[in-house]
Write a protein that binds this ligand. Structure first.
Ligand SMILES: [Zn+2]
Ligand SMILES: [Zn+2]
Length: 381
Protein backbone atom coordinates (compact mmCIF):
# COMPACT_ATOMS: atom_id res chain seq x y z
CA UNK A 1 0.00 0.00 0.00
CA UNK A 2 2.92 2.38 0.64
CA UNK A 3 3.68 2.33 -3.11
CA UNK A 4 0.36 4.02 -3.74
CA UNK A 5 0.82 6.39 -0.81
CA UNK A 6 4.26 7.44 -2.09
CA UNK A 7 2.94 7.93 -5.58
CA UNK A 8 0.07 10.13 -4.38
CA UNK A 9 2.42 12.09 -2.10
CA UNK A 10 4.89 12.68 -4.97
CA UNK A 11 2.14 13.74 -7.30
CA UNK A 12 0.46 16.15 -4.87
CA UNK A 13 3.78 17.67 -3.86
CA UNK A 14 4.64 18.09 -7.48
CA UNK A 15 1.42 20.10 -7.86
CA UNK A 16 2.31 22.43 -4.99
CA UNK A 17 0.69 20.70 -2.03
CA UNK A 18 2.42 20.33 1.34
CA UNK A 19 2.24 16.65 2.25
CA UNK A 20 3.07 15.08 5.57
CA UNK A 21 2.97 11.38 6.47
CA UNK A 22 0.99 10.93 9.68
CA UNK A 23 1.34 7.16 9.69
CA UNK A 24 2.35 4.45 7.22
CA UNK A 25 -1.16 4.56 5.75
CA UNK A 26 -2.08 8.21 6.31
CA UNK A 27 -1.18 11.51 4.70
CA UNK A 28 -2.06 15.04 5.68
CA UNK A 29 -2.37 17.30 2.66
CA UNK A 30 -2.40 21.06 2.57
CA UNK A 31 -3.59 21.74 -0.97
CA UNK A 32 -3.29 24.98 -2.97
CA UNK A 33 -6.55 26.42 -4.37
CA UNK A 34 -6.39 24.95 -7.94
CA UNK A 35 -5.76 21.48 -6.55
CA UNK A 36 -8.57 21.88 -3.99
CA UNK A 37 -10.91 22.75 -6.85
CA UNK A 38 -9.77 19.85 -9.07
CA UNK A 39 -10.11 17.22 -6.36
CA UNK A 40 -13.04 18.70 -4.45
CA UNK A 41 -11.03 18.81 -1.24
CA UNK A 42 -10.88 21.43 1.54
CA UNK A 43 -7.56 23.18 2.19
CA UNK A 44 -6.53 20.56 4.77
CA UNK A 45 -7.36 16.93 3.98
CA UNK A 46 -6.42 13.62 5.52
CA UNK A 47 -5.97 10.70 3.14
CA UNK A 48 -6.23 7.10 4.32
CA UNK A 49 -4.60 4.19 2.43
CA UNK A 50 -5.34 1.28 4.74
CA UNK A 51 -8.39 -0.89 5.25
CA UNK A 52 -9.03 0.78 8.64
CA UNK A 53 -10.16 4.33 7.98
CA UNK A 54 -9.82 7.13 10.51
CA UNK A 55 -13.00 9.25 10.77
CA UNK A 56 -12.97 12.17 8.34
CA UNK A 57 -10.18 10.73 6.15
CA UNK A 58 -10.63 10.36 2.39
CA UNK A 59 -10.12 6.68 1.52
CA UNK A 60 -7.73 6.20 -1.42
CA UNK A 61 -7.36 2.81 -3.08
CA UNK A 62 -6.31 1.46 -6.45
CA UNK A 63 -9.84 0.26 -6.94
CA UNK A 64 -12.26 3.10 -7.54
CA UNK A 65 -11.72 6.23 -9.60
CA UNK A 66 -8.94 7.95 -7.64
CA UNK A 67 -6.17 6.99 -10.02
CA UNK A 68 -8.19 8.40 -12.93
CA UNK A 69 -8.69 11.64 -11.03
CA UNK A 70 -5.00 11.87 -10.22
CA UNK A 71 -4.31 11.12 -13.87
CA UNK A 72 -6.50 14.06 -14.83
CA UNK A 73 -4.37 16.34 -12.65
CA UNK A 74 -1.31 15.24 -14.54
CA UNK A 75 -2.94 15.48 -17.94
CA UNK A 76 -2.73 19.25 -18.27
CA UNK A 77 1.02 19.29 -17.89
CA UNK A 78 1.90 15.90 -19.31
CA UNK A 79 2.87 12.81 -17.43
CA UNK A 80 6.54 13.43 -17.68
CA UNK A 81 8.90 15.47 -15.56
CA UNK A 82 12.62 15.78 -14.99
CA UNK A 83 14.75 16.59 -11.98
CA UNK A 84 18.33 16.82 -10.95
CA UNK A 85 19.44 15.39 -7.63
CA UNK A 86 22.54 16.70 -5.92
CA UNK A 87 24.39 14.90 -3.20
CA UNK A 88 23.66 16.33 0.25
CA UNK A 89 27.28 15.66 1.23
CA UNK A 90 30.41 14.43 -0.44
CA UNK A 91 30.38 10.63 -0.72
CA UNK A 92 33.84 9.11 -1.26
CA UNK A 93 34.10 6.67 -4.19
CA UNK A 94 34.08 2.95 -3.33
CA UNK A 95 37.48 1.75 -2.16
CA UNK A 96 37.34 -1.75 -3.67
CA UNK A 97 35.53 -1.40 -7.02
CA UNK A 98 36.69 -4.81 -8.32
CA UNK A 99 35.10 -6.55 -5.38
CA UNK A 100 31.83 -4.71 -6.02
CA UNK A 101 31.94 -5.69 -9.69
CA UNK A 102 32.52 -9.31 -8.76
CA UNK A 103 29.23 -9.24 -6.86
CA UNK A 104 27.10 -7.92 -9.73
CA UNK A 105 28.87 -9.31 -12.79
CA UNK A 106 29.10 -13.00 -13.69
CA UNK A 107 30.26 -13.76 -17.22
CA UNK A 108 30.49 -17.54 -17.77
CA UNK A 109 31.77 -17.24 -21.35
CA UNK A 110 33.88 -14.08 -21.24
CA UNK A 111 36.34 -12.20 -19.07
CA UNK A 112 36.18 -8.64 -17.77
CA UNK A 113 38.65 -6.08 -16.55
CA UNK A 114 37.94 -2.79 -14.82
CA UNK A 115 39.59 -0.03 -16.86
CA UNK A 116 38.68 3.08 -14.92
CA UNK A 117 36.37 4.69 -12.39
CA UNK A 118 35.39 8.35 -12.48
CA UNK A 119 32.76 10.72 -11.11
CA UNK A 120 30.12 11.87 -13.61
CA UNK A 121 26.38 12.39 -14.08
CA UNK A 122 23.87 9.99 -15.49
CA UNK A 123 20.30 10.07 -16.64
CA UNK A 124 17.79 7.59 -15.20
CA UNK A 125 14.29 6.99 -16.44
CA UNK A 126 11.61 5.90 -13.96
CA UNK A 127 8.31 4.72 -15.38
CA UNK A 128 5.13 3.94 -13.48
CA UNK A 129 2.62 1.46 -14.91
CA UNK A 130 -0.80 0.41 -13.76
CA UNK A 131 -1.51 -3.29 -14.28
CA UNK A 132 -5.16 -4.29 -14.27
CA UNK A 133 -6.34 -7.90 -14.26
CA UNK A 134 -10.00 -8.47 -14.89
CA UNK A 135 -11.86 -11.76 -14.63
CA UNK A 136 -14.57 -12.68 -12.12
CA UNK A 137 -12.76 -10.13 -9.92
CA UNK A 138 -10.65 -7.06 -10.60
CA UNK A 139 -7.14 -6.38 -9.36
CA UNK A 140 -4.97 -3.36 -9.93
CA UNK A 141 -1.35 -2.75 -9.11
CA UNK A 142 1.08 0.08 -9.59
CA UNK A 143 4.66 -0.79 -10.53
CA UNK A 144 7.80 1.26 -11.14
CA UNK A 145 10.46 0.26 -13.64
CA UNK A 146 13.66 2.06 -14.39
CA UNK A 147 16.76 2.23 -16.55
CA UNK A 148 20.06 3.99 -16.41
CA UNK A 149 20.02 5.48 -19.91
CA UNK A 150 23.79 6.08 -20.08
CA UNK A 151 24.78 2.51 -19.16
CA UNK A 152 21.68 0.63 -20.34
CA UNK A 153 21.29 -1.09 -16.98
CA UNK A 154 17.87 -2.15 -15.69
CA UNK A 155 17.81 -0.41 -12.30
CA UNK A 156 14.27 -0.84 -10.92
CA UNK A 157 15.80 -2.21 -7.70
CA UNK A 158 18.27 0.67 -7.34
CA UNK A 159 15.48 3.17 -7.99
CA UNK A 160 13.29 1.48 -5.38
CA UNK A 161 16.09 2.21 -2.90
CA UNK A 162 16.57 5.69 -4.31
CA UNK A 163 12.95 6.74 -4.01
CA UNK A 164 12.84 7.10 -0.20
CA UNK A 165 16.15 8.99 -0.42
CA UNK A 166 14.66 11.23 -3.12
CA UNK A 167 11.53 11.83 -1.04
CA UNK A 168 13.73 13.16 1.77
CA UNK A 169 15.82 15.30 -0.54
CA UNK A 170 14.83 18.93 -0.33
CA UNK A 171 17.48 19.63 -2.94
CA UNK A 172 15.45 19.16 -6.16
CA UNK A 173 16.47 21.15 -9.20
CA UNK A 174 15.65 21.34 -12.85
CA UNK A 175 18.67 19.85 -14.61
CA UNK A 176 20.95 22.47 -16.12
CA UNK A 177 22.27 22.25 -19.65
CA UNK A 178 25.77 21.22 -18.55
CA UNK A 179 24.47 18.30 -16.48
CA UNK A 180 22.30 17.15 -19.38
CA UNK A 181 25.24 17.27 -21.76
CA UNK A 182 27.43 15.19 -19.44
CA UNK A 183 24.63 12.69 -18.71
CA UNK A 184 24.16 11.99 -22.41
CA UNK A 185 21.15 11.50 -24.68
CA UNK A 186 17.91 9.59 -24.00
CA UNK A 187 16.79 6.46 -25.83
CA UNK A 188 14.79 6.13 -29.02
CA UNK A 189 11.27 4.84 -28.50
CA UNK A 190 12.29 1.62 -30.29
CA UNK A 191 15.13 0.91 -27.85
CA UNK A 192 12.94 1.76 -24.89
CA UNK A 193 10.12 -0.49 -26.09
CA UNK A 194 12.52 -3.40 -26.71
CA UNK A 195 14.09 -3.12 -23.25
CA UNK A 196 10.81 -2.49 -21.49
CA UNK A 197 8.81 -5.39 -22.93
CA UNK A 198 10.52 -8.34 -21.19
CA UNK A 199 10.59 -6.46 -17.87
CA UNK A 200 6.93 -5.51 -18.07
CA UNK A 201 5.90 -9.03 -18.99
CA UNK A 202 7.86 -10.45 -16.09
CA UNK A 203 6.52 -7.84 -13.65
CA UNK A 204 2.94 -8.29 -14.81
CA UNK A 205 3.25 -12.05 -14.36
CA UNK A 206 4.89 -11.81 -10.94
CA UNK A 207 2.55 -9.20 -9.54
CA UNK A 208 -0.55 -11.02 -10.77
CA UNK A 209 0.60 -14.46 -9.62
CA UNK A 210 -1.21 -14.45 -6.20
CA UNK A 211 -4.36 -13.20 -7.95
CA UNK A 212 -4.09 -15.93 -10.59
CA UNK A 213 -3.53 -18.59 -7.95
CA UNK A 214 -6.65 -17.49 -6.05
CA UNK A 215 -8.61 -17.36 -9.30
CA UNK A 216 -7.48 -20.86 -10.28
CA UNK A 217 -8.59 -22.13 -6.88
CA UNK A 218 -12.04 -20.55 -7.30
CA UNK A 219 -12.30 -21.98 -10.81
CA UNK A 220 -11.38 -25.48 -9.61
CA UNK A 221 -13.85 -25.25 -6.74
CA UNK A 222 -16.66 -24.16 -9.10
CA UNK A 223 -15.75 -26.82 -11.64
CA UNK A 224 -15.77 -29.53 -8.96
CA UNK A 225 -19.13 -28.32 -7.69
CA UNK A 226 -20.67 -28.31 -11.17
CA UNK A 227 -19.19 -31.73 -11.87
CA UNK A 228 -20.41 -33.26 -8.58
CA UNK A 229 -23.95 -31.92 -9.10
CA UNK A 230 -24.34 -33.16 -12.67
CA UNK A 231 -22.56 -36.40 -11.94
CA UNK A 232 -25.06 -37.21 -9.15
CA UNK A 233 -27.99 -36.49 -11.46
CA UNK A 234 -26.50 -38.57 -14.25
CA UNK A 235 -25.66 -41.53 -11.98
CA UNK A 236 -29.19 -41.58 -10.61
CA UNK A 237 -30.64 -41.56 -14.12
CA UNK A 238 -28.25 -44.29 -15.29
CA UNK A 239 -29.25 -46.48 -12.33
CA UNK A 240 -32.91 -45.98 -13.14
CA UNK A 241 -32.18 -46.86 -16.77
CA UNK A 242 -30.39 -50.07 -15.78
CA UNK A 243 -33.41 -51.12 -13.70
CA UNK A 244 -35.75 -50.33 -16.61
CA UNK A 245 -33.59 -52.41 -18.93
CA UNK A 246 -34.42 -55.42 -16.75
CA UNK A 247 -38.19 -54.93 -17.22
CA UNK A 248 -40.32 -55.62 -20.30
CA UNK A 249 -43.45 -54.03 -21.70
CA UNK A 250 -44.56 -50.83 -23.56
CA UNK A 251 -44.60 -48.78 -20.38
CA UNK A 252 -40.98 -49.69 -19.60
CA UNK A 253 -40.00 -48.87 -23.21
CA UNK A 254 -41.50 -45.34 -22.91
CA UNK A 255 -39.80 -44.81 -19.54
CA UNK A 256 -36.49 -45.94 -21.00
CA UNK A 257 -36.76 -43.42 -23.82
CA UNK A 258 -37.59 -40.61 -21.37
CA UNK A 259 -34.68 -41.54 -19.07
CA UNK A 260 -32.26 -41.66 -22.03
CA UNK A 261 -33.35 -38.17 -23.07
CA UNK A 262 -32.83 -36.99 -19.50
CA UNK A 263 -29.24 -38.30 -19.43
CA UNK A 264 -28.55 -36.44 -22.69
CA UNK A 265 -30.07 -33.26 -21.27
CA UNK A 266 -27.90 -33.52 -18.13
CA UNK A 267 -24.77 -33.95 -20.24
CA UNK A 268 -25.73 -30.96 -22.40
CA UNK A 269 -26.33 -28.79 -19.36
CA UNK A 270 -23.02 -29.84 -17.84
CA UNK A 271 -21.12 -28.75 -20.98
CA UNK A 272 -23.00 -25.44 -21.07
CA UNK A 273 -22.15 -24.80 -17.40
CA UNK A 274 -18.46 -25.46 -18.11
CA UNK A 275 -18.61 -22.95 -20.98
CA UNK A 276 -20.12 -20.40 -18.60
CA UNK A 277 -17.28 -20.96 -16.15
CA UNK A 278 -14.72 -20.57 -18.89
CA UNK A 279 -16.25 -17.22 -19.87
CA UNK A 280 -16.52 -16.04 -16.24
CA UNK A 281 -12.91 -16.79 -15.51
CA UNK A 282 -11.40 -15.54 -18.75
CA UNK A 283 -8.65 -13.15 -17.74
CA UNK A 284 -7.84 -9.84 -19.39
CA UNK A 285 -4.70 -8.05 -18.29
CA UNK A 286 -4.03 -4.47 -19.34
CA UNK A 287 -0.89 -2.50 -18.72
CA UNK A 288 -1.12 1.25 -18.79
CA UNK A 289 1.64 3.81 -18.56
CA UNK A 290 0.91 6.32 -15.81
CA UNK A 291 3.92 8.51 -15.28
CA UNK A 292 7.55 9.06 -16.21
CA UNK A 293 10.28 10.81 -14.30
CA UNK A 294 13.76 11.48 -15.62
CA UNK A 295 16.30 12.04 -12.91
CA UNK A 296 19.83 13.24 -13.29
CA UNK A 297 21.99 11.79 -10.56
CA UNK A 298 25.71 11.89 -9.73
CA UNK A 299 27.47 8.53 -10.09
CA UNK A 300 30.86 6.85 -10.08
CA UNK A 301 31.21 5.32 -13.52
CA UNK A 302 33.04 2.02 -13.98
CA UNK A 303 34.38 1.41 -17.49
CA UNK A 304 34.75 -2.34 -17.91
CA UNK A 305 36.44 -4.13 -20.79
CA UNK A 306 34.78 -7.37 -21.87
CA UNK A 307 36.70 -9.97 -23.88
CA UNK A 308 35.12 -12.88 -25.72
CA UNK A 309 37.33 -14.92 -28.07
CA UNK A 310 38.91 -12.35 -30.41
CA UNK A 311 36.38 -9.63 -29.73
CA UNK A 312 36.33 -6.97 -27.08
CA UNK A 313 33.92 -4.31 -25.95
CA UNK A 314 33.68 -1.61 -23.29
CA UNK A 315 30.62 -1.47 -21.06
CA UNK A 316 29.70 0.91 -18.25
CA UNK A 317 28.24 0.26 -14.83
CA UNK A 318 27.39 3.06 -12.43
CA UNK A 319 27.81 3.11 -8.67
CA UNK A 320 25.06 5.24 -7.12
CA UNK A 321 26.45 7.19 -4.16
CA UNK A 322 22.98 8.17 -2.87
CA UNK A 323 22.31 4.54 -2.00
CA UNK A 324 25.92 3.24 -2.22
CA UNK A 325 24.91 0.55 -4.70
CA UNK A 326 26.47 -0.72 -7.91
CA UNK A 327 23.87 -1.45 -10.56
CA UNK A 328 23.67 -4.77 -12.43
CA UNK A 329 25.11 -4.88 -15.97
CA UNK A 330 22.95 -3.99 -18.96
CA UNK A 331 20.96 -6.79 -20.56
CA UNK A 332 20.28 -6.54 -24.28
CA UNK A 333 17.75 -9.38 -24.42
CA UNK A 334 15.51 -10.53 -21.58
CA UNK A 335 14.71 -8.89 -18.25
CA UNK A 336 18.22 -9.49 -16.82
CA UNK A 337 17.11 -9.80 -13.22
CA UNK A 338 20.17 -11.75 -12.06
CA UNK A 339 23.90 -11.07 -12.46
CA UNK A 340 24.68 -13.73 -15.09
CA UNK A 341 25.30 -12.42 -18.60
CA UNK A 342 26.27 -14.42 -21.66
CA UNK A 343 28.31 -12.65 -24.32
CA UNK A 344 27.57 -13.35 -27.99
CA UNK A 345 30.31 -14.12 -30.53
CA UNK A 346 29.39 -11.66 -33.27
CA UNK A 347 28.48 -8.41 -31.58
CA UNK A 348 29.42 -9.16 -27.97
CA UNK A 349 25.86 -8.48 -26.80
CA UNK A 350 25.16 -9.09 -23.15
CA UNK A 351 22.01 -11.11 -22.52
CA UNK A 352 20.64 -13.13 -19.65
CA UNK A 353 20.85 -16.92 -19.84
CA UNK A 354 17.50 -17.27 -21.61
CA UNK A 355 18.73 -14.76 -24.22
CA UNK A 356 21.20 -17.38 -25.47
CA UNK A 357 19.02 -20.47 -25.00
CA UNK A 358 18.86 -23.22 -27.67
CA UNK A 359 16.18 -22.80 -30.34
CA UNK A 360 12.97 -24.66 -29.42
CA UNK A 361 12.81 -26.22 -32.86
CA UNK A 362 16.34 -26.97 -34.14
CA UNK A 363 18.16 -26.91 -30.79
CA UNK A 364 20.93 -24.52 -31.84
CA UNK A 365 21.60 -21.71 -29.33
CA UNK A 366 21.40 -18.16 -30.70
CA UNK A 367 21.63 -14.57 -29.43
CA UNK A 368 18.20 -12.97 -28.98
CA UNK A 369 19.75 -9.50 -29.25
CA UNK A 370 21.23 -10.31 -32.70
CA UNK A 371 18.04 -12.12 -33.79
CA UNK A 372 15.03 -10.74 -31.92
CA UNK A 373 12.66 -12.15 -34.58
CA UNK A 374 13.66 -15.76 -34.02
CA UNK A 375 16.15 -18.48 -34.88
CA UNK A 376 18.43 -17.48 -37.82
CA UNK A 377 18.82 -21.11 -38.89
CA UNK A 378 15.27 -22.46 -38.98
CA UNK A 379 13.26 -19.19 -38.62
CA UNK A 380 11.41 -20.61 -35.66
CA UNK A 381 10.18 -17.77 -33.41
ZN1 LIG B 1 16.05 -23.00 -34.91
ZN1 LIG C 1 24.25 -10.83 -30.26
Amino acid sequence: MSELRDFVADLLEHRGAAVEALASDRLEVLAPTPLQRQLGWPELTHLGFGSQQAPGAVAIALEGDWLDRFGAILADEGRWSEREVRLPALVPPPSAPEKLLDRVLDLPNAIWRLQSMSATWTRCLMLAFRITALSDEKREKLIWLGFNLATGAPISDVLAQLRPALAQTADWHMPDAATKRVAGPGWSSGTLAARLRPLLEREAQDSMEPFLRAMRRRLERDRDRVHAYHNDLRETSLKRLAALNRTDGDRAEADRRRETLRVEAIEREYRAKLDDLRRNYALRVTVEWVQALEIYVPVQRFEVLIRRRKGQRMIRLDWHPLVRTLERPLCEAGPGLDRVRLVCDDKLHLTDTAGHAPCNSCGKPFCRACFPQGCPRCRHT
